[in-house]
Design a protein around this ligand. Structure first.
Ligand SMILES: Cc1ncc(COP(=O)(O)O)c(C=O)c1O
Length: 484
């Protein structure tokens, strides 16, 4: 900004109304350019920007103001490099989208900078957030005692839940505490366990015969053995959509065993949770309403910009017990629910951004049906892709989409899968990813972005087919994917 101290102004750090308008107009131009480029844009293919990265590593903030255009030109230059993981063709990992309405909400929340760690200062802002959280707890069929908390992402949500479960079932005895997870539990679950003080060997992996899901019987046996050995079973952690294949653990059976065996039932629904907005998703996620806690990730299946996870806990007293700063608060939590929560006393953060607004504004502006329709489309597109690929003699579909992820192989060994992935990525329009299942590299296609259209997916499928044909032609003594 060009100004220094202005007469009548409090600080040179606060732009005048005219300067604010100019700054917003310049930023708006950049936002519009990003959106336009992305509409039919590629995920890959931009330069990595190594030279720019070197310059930026050396750059230090100047003592004097920089003109807006010059500063934003640097941002534009950064955005001209690297992968656009919010483009329509992002089908790798767990796609993120980034809703404009949510980004605008962030701008407003940042400027307003209301303090929402405690409810007393700005009750209506806290109430706005609490209203969205109540919508979430109702959406997942949790009772009136439930409480949600918005955090930075799924990892923070899993950590918060694991800490609450630990304190509920092994207070002061984490050295003997055990967790029960599936082989495909997300890495953030193991990370949460470690941060919360569980030893690695006390995180029991209990996988079913198909290798994809958590096996309730195996969990029962492990819990029994652990109790006999004087250990403390704390929680069974199911996935409502694993990151690798999107498989849903048997939630009703896990809920049953958690009740019978007196352990906490956490569901990591970071990827799959918001399919609950669709009829098919609700059926698939049945049993989730019996969870003691649920991890959601609005920056995944609700298309928000990165930086929003959520944990829902069936009984808010457990959050208060683990996270309240003052012991006195525990007394309140056991009494009648206060009208407004102190978010700072229900999770690891005290001062926090007003996250509720970034969730509330897009839900209000678009309506929940628009989100349900986008998620329904993701379910349809993944099923369509799986059918198309299953009909191709050169593609072995390894796992069909329970939600919106499928895995497959092309003819040849693991190295052939990596080569096929490079070929699929050659024109930059779509990105898939790979993982390892049962000791074999598989290619993986995940549909989640609201921007992914049937056209995008048709391009992905034809790129996969072409890569599979080439793999079949070059694989030694391989006539098809199934022979590898
Ligand atoms: C199932 C699952 N749980 C947890 C996480 C971690 O979420 P975040 O990356 O938002 O911390 C992920 C991320 O992909 C996930 O897929």
């Amino acid at each position: 900004m060009a100004q220094r101290q202005r007469p009548g102004a409090l600080s040179a750090l606060d732009p005048s109304a005219t300067e604010t308008a100019a700054l917003l107009a310049a930023a708006g131009g950049l936002v519009e350019a990003v959106m336009t480029a992305r509409r039919d844009g590629d995920v890959l293919g931009r330069p990595r920007g190594d030279e720019l990265a070197q310059q930026l590593l050396q750059a230090r903030p100047p003592a004097d103001p920089t003109p807006v255009d010059e500063a934003l030109a640097t941002v534009a230059a950064v955005l001209a490099t690297g992968d656009d993981n919010a483009a329509p063709g992002e089908l790798g990992y767990i796609p993120g989208s980034g809703l404009v309405a949510s980004a605008v909400a962030d701008l407003i929340a940042g400027v307003a900078n209301r303090y929402t760690g405690l409810s007393a200062f700005t009750p209506a802002a806290v109430a706005l957030e609490q209203g969205v959280l109540a919508w979430l707890t109702e959406l997942f069929g949790l009772p009136g005692t439930a409480q949600g908390l918005l955090l930075s992402g799924g990892s923070a949500a899993n950590l918060t839940a694991v800490v609450a479960a630990r304190d509920a079932h092994a207070p002061g005895a984490v050295g003997r505490a055990c967790l029960y997870v599936g082989q495909h539990a997300h890495g953030s679950v193991r990370k949460a366990a470690r941060i919360a003080g569980f030893t690695d060997e006390h995180v029991r992996v209990c996988t079913s015969a198909d290798g994809l899901r958590l096996d309730p019987e195996a969990v029962r046996i492990a819990i029994k053995q652990d109790r006999a050995d004087g250990l403390l079973p704390v929680a069974v952690i199911g996935a409502a959509g694993t990151t690798n294949t999107g498989a849903i653990d048997p939630l009703p059976e896990l809920a049953e065993l958690a009740r019978d065996d007196g352990v906490w039932f956490h569901v990591d629904a970071a990827y799959g949770g918001f399919f609950q907005l669709t009829d098919r998703g609700r059926q698939l996620l049945s049993g989730i309403e019996r969870a003691d806690s649920i991890t959601l990730d609005p920056h995944k299946s609700l298309f928000l910009p990165f930086g929003t996870g959520a944990v829902l806990v069936r009984d808010r007293a457990y959050l208060a017990a683990s996270f309240a700063e003052e012991a006195d608060y525990l007394r309140d939590a056991e009494e009648e629910l206060p009208a407004l929560p102190d978010f700072g006393s229900l999770g690891p953060e005290l001062t926090r951004q007003w996250r509720g607004l970034r969730l509330w504004l897009p839900l209000l502006l678009h309506g929940t049906d628009a989100f349900a329709a986008a998620l329904d489309r993701a379910l349809d597109l993944a099923r369509w892709a799986a059918r198309e690929l299953a009909e191709d003699d050169h593609v072995e579909v390894v796992s069909t989409p329970e939600l919106s992820i499928l895995t497959f192989r092309v003819p040849g060994d693991d190295a052939a899968q990596d080569r096929a992935l490079d070929r699929i990525h050659a024109d930059g329009h779509v990105r898939l990813s790979s993982t390892v299942l049962d000791g074999r590299v598989v290619l993986r296609l995940a549909v989640l972005s609201h921007r992914t259209t049937p056209d995008t997916l048709a391009r992905a499928v034809s790129a996969i087919r072409a890569a599979a044909r080439l793999a079949a032609a070059t694989a030694p003594a391989a006539n098809g994917a199934r022979s590898s």
